[in-house]
Design a protein around this ligand. Structure first.
Ligand SMILES: Cc1cc2nc3c(=O)[nH]c(=O)nc-3n(C[C@H](O)[C@H](O)[C@H](O)COP(=O)(O)O)c2cc1C
Length: 184
């Protein structure tokens, strides 16, 4: 059995799960909850799909429509937290990131990789959140210019493991990811 006191092994396990989530639609890390703060200072949370997880760059990626309210929130306050619960591993991840909203030619490669059927997620008319007169009174054309990549620079990870004895660790970029056990 691996050493439960090994912080670096726990961090590697976390990145393995994130990588699997980005690659496999059935892994629980595929659909994190992404929490932001609205311009009025209110909490907001929603499900997103995890599209990339690169440990070498400390970066997570999600895709969105620039007309969604979350983009306005991130433009105002560029911090977001991913929340992921992985039942089989008994792991809760809370990952604090600074988010850059990337659009245009810089995200052409990602757009090219979006299946045609999924491109309609970027372009809803009227824009998401607008009141409508009938349940289906909207269109979903694919609109290339509405596609954005949320490029999320990981600053901190709070990891809780519910084992026979619970473990909780904080990993921070500013500590070069050495990690610190904290009381769970
Ligand atoms: C399983 C699932 C996956 C989703 N994936 C995304 C996603 O990758 N990007 C996104 O912008 N919205 C995604 N959504 C929709 C959001 O949860 C949300 O309803 C929408 O983006 C508007 O959010 P906002 O008003 O907070 O901006 C997903 C919803 C579900 C249920």
């Amino acid at each position: 059995m691996s050493d439960p006191n090994d912080l670096s092994a726990l961090l590697s396990e976390v990145w393995q799960h994130l990588g699997r989530g980005a690659a496999d639609g059935r892994h629980p890390a595929r659909y994190p909850t992404l929490a932001t703060v609205s311009p009025a200072g209110m909490p907001e949370a929603r499900t997103v799909a995890l599209r990339a997880a690169r440990r070498s760059q400390n970066r997570l990626e999600a895709h969105t429509d620039i007309s969604t309210p979350k983009v306005a929130s991130l433009a105002h306050h560029p911090w977001a937290q991913f929340h992921i619960w992985i039942p089989r591993a008994d792991l809760q991840l809370r990952i604090t990131t600074r988010v850059e909203i990337v659009t245009g030619t810089e995200v052409q490669a990602q757009w090219d990789a979006v299946p045609a059927a999924s491109r309609v997620s970027y372009g809803t008319a009227p824009v998401p959140g607008t009141p409508i007169d009938h349940v289906y009174a909207y269109d979903k054309p694919p609109v290339r210019d509405r596609f954005a990549v949320l490029s999320c620079d990981v600053h901190e990870m709070d990891v809780v493991h519910l084992g026979a004895q619970h473990r909780r660790a904080l990993f921070r970029a500013e500590d070069d990811w050495t990690g610190q056990w904290v009381a769970p």
